[in-house]
Design a protein around this ligand. Sequence first.
Ligand code: ADP
Ligand code: MG
Length: 256
Amino acid sequence: MTEVSVAKQDVAATGDLVVLKSVNKHFGALHVLQDIELTISRGEVVVVIGPSGSGKSTLCRTINRLETIDSGTITIDGRPLPHEGKELARLRADVGMVFQSFNLFAHKTVLENVTLGQTKVRRTDKKKAEERARALLDRVGVGAQADKYPAQLSGGQQQRVAIARALAMDPKVMLFDEPTSALDPEMINEVLEVMQQLARDGMTMIVVTHEMGFARSAANRVVFMADGRIVEQAAPDQFFSNPRSDRAKDFLSKIL
Ligand code: ADP
Ligand code: MG
């Protein structure tokens, strides 16, 4: 018995972490996600690119159930997405999300922002949660800002706090939806560097971005979306040097 369950864990520990099968979603008449099939392995970094309005944000939002789906299945670590209650709060903790707008709690200090979810959802005691928060804030390079309020920080610093806050929940996967799009140009790299380091540390990541340099250097796979569909996916060097679809060729000709 014991041997069997250990073997099962081993399979789970190396296998598919996020699996979307035949996922469809509409906003009224708009078919925003069309038959999405996507499997992300543990430790994999997937960059999602595509024109504005192609469904990238909606895809991210369905994975942590900020949006419901009309049909299909989404599983995280072998478990279907829960619908509500405590299970949903736990899922949100397992799936860290970083948005374009930093979404920090404005009336809480930086330290409180990174401590709150740990004590409320993970039930970590306050002292341990604060220790972990300080260590994470150091790791993303904003340890000295712990007692300030978000508005006192630059955009790049706020976004790094948002990353630390998601990491504090010990997520299984991190979703980034255009995390640098709202930043002044000189702050983009400090955020991308934190993300690069996370990728090197083995975090499973889904990253929507227009930063093709990041895609080339950090991604294991590029997923190209257009009109609610995954049009093609490939390793970055293959995708950028030899896109197969006309849609991808057209998109790349406009951004590169
Ligand atoms: P992307 O992130 O690729 O720019 P989105 O997922 O944000 O695309 O949006 C895809 C399409 O769905 C767009 O046409 C957008 O206007 C529409 N859309 C997104 N959210 C909603 C919503 N809550 N209600 C209605 N339409 C929406
Ligand atoms: Mg978007």
